[in-house]
Design a protein around this ligand. Sequence first.
Ligand code: SAM
Length: 206
Amino acid sequence: MSSHLSEALRLEGLWAGTFGDDYVDRNRAAGDARQAFWAEVAGALPAAHTVLEVGCNVGANLRWWAQLRRPQDVYGIDINAKALHELRQEVPDVNALWSPARDLPFRDRWFDLVFTMGVLIHQPESTLPLVMSEVVRCAKRYVLCGEYFAPETTEVFYRGNSGALFKRDYGQLYQELFPELRLHSQGFLPRGTGWDDITYWLFEKV
Ligand SMILES: C[S@@+](CC[C@H](N)C(=O)[O-])C[C@H]1O[C@@H](n2cnc3c(N)ncnc32)[C@H](O)[C@@H]1O
């Protein structure tokens, strides 16, 4: 196995196993206060009919998209089977698929909007550009990421694990790696509002 992939496989194994299952148990209500943000995004993007969330977990975000768009046009992928099972139970009409983020099972430009929320932070340096390129590849028009920001890559020890959470300037990284992305808007979602000090960037492909 190439060392390029070994760190990605380690983290994917973490999220697919009991560590990821425990996250599901702790976060069933994580989306309760997120409606307003997604309604604002959906209102600003009337041309975004088909939507993919990479790393959707139990649907804290997709449950709102299923009300804002036709649920059959709403897709989520995740590597944790328990999360996908619960998403299918709770929001049965959305499409919930198992996949690693670095190899998305979709054609180029298949979705109007592709987004991550708190998922790039869990990718190792070695495969982060690959995951980002998969997001951009599958997006026809819009890319959104909401992640923990730091001006320089900063590792945060995460629930007993090292090499599992990195704050970075994800917005700048997207623009450096993919010059076809033009910044549409950005903002900050503070703790206590359904979010957790998340910085988000919304890009349009030009
Ligand atoms: C911190 S949670 C965020 C969940 C959701 N996006 C939200 O906003 O509530 C990270 C999610 O991404 C998934 N994930 C992490 N790394 C992944 C990878 N490489 N491929 C697919 N899913 C991944 C995890 O299983 C988990 O469901």
